[in-house]
Design a protein around this ligand. Sequence first.
Ligand SMILES: [Zn+2]
Length: 454
Amino acid sequence: MPTTITFCGGAGSVTGANFLLKTDRAAILVDCGLQQGGELTEGINWKPFPYDPSIIDVLFVTHSHIDHIGRIPKLVRDGFRGRIISTEATRAVAGALLEDSAMLLEIVAKRTEHPILYDAHDIEAAMKLWEGVPYHTPQSLPDGLSFEFIDAGHILGSAMVKISRGGRTIVFTGDLGGSSVLLPPRDSAVGAQYVVMESVYGDRTHPYEDPNTRRDNLRRAIVETAHRGGVLLIPAFATERTQDLLFELRTIYADGGIPEVPVYLDAPLAEKLTASFLAHPQYFNDEMHARITMGENIFSFPQLHVVADTEASHALDQVRGPKVIIAGSGMAQGGRVLQHEKTVLQDPHSTLLIVGYQVAGSLGRRLIDGAKQVTIMGEKIPVHCRVEQNLGYSAHLDGPHLLEFIEEAKETVEEVFVVMGEPVSAGFLVQRMRDHLGINARAPENGNSFPIEL
Ligand SMILES: [Zn+2]
């Protein structure tokens, strides 16, 4: 039997990553993520896995975003008993993120009349199977395979998985980044024959990728908010994005020359994960590593206030005067940000600043697309505030950089499978690779299976 790669989730869509590599005597999964979108995409997450979870030997986890880990407890509930392997930084935050996801899923399950997808017991069982291993440390797997994690530059601890046998290698990129001021530069897929790669922004170019430009944009948003007396509301993912923003704000305020608008961090999960970030200084770049180990809290500054509970969170909307609020969740699919949006969206003096990817069907996406009215928790809310986007803080590579990533490995790459992007992005990137690099690339669909020589 030839080795095969099967796309079980995350092909033709950004979220729900789930890839199966099967040899004669080994079954290996890469990522097991939640599909995100309107009402969590109408029951798709509740469907059975298209393989028997009990036959899987190893599940690799590229990083801790919920669209890469959100169905792991279901996999365990459905019979998986193998090893779960990620970097230590990923493992350290996964439990808290899964607990948060279970809460959101429970609400959706009730509303859409589905059974509970998983509970605390399943999360605990998953964490017992989970090991953290460092980057750049090859280890063996069943059936003569070996693996190594290399740095994906996307969020703290994010990894690409290199799986090899007999001198041939397949690389699963997970999500790829490269513009964070906190992280080391990403590694490359040089030497691989196959690459399964993301394409979230395959058809886009990030306008403000330069750290100074994006920082200037953030600074301008704060100054304008202060002058108008409004609120600058930034929905942010709990992992990496919130910490990136806190670091940027610390730098902006330290540079001075702007009104000292108070900043409220209203995201209990993000606060918890920030502590976990600081506990893993070895995953930062050299400069940040040194600053953290010298005792500097790179995520704190005098103007920062941490919002303690929901009561304090509600009170925040009653207090007048300019302020910055960072709140979860990043795509406004739940969390405290929804309550703030009800107030902020109606206020012409305020600004909603979008700094991350917004999946099709999410509230954030509708706002970027210019919705004049949205429904939040059953209430119709007119949109009068400014809606701005600053994708300079994107944790993803844009189209030209994704192409560059493949160009680096051009000498050895025989085939590229482009996934984790909407069909237009994935298709655009495939065409680019064929036309500009002469590389055999394709955008598979979920359910597709291909033989590979490994
Ligand atoms: Zn991600």
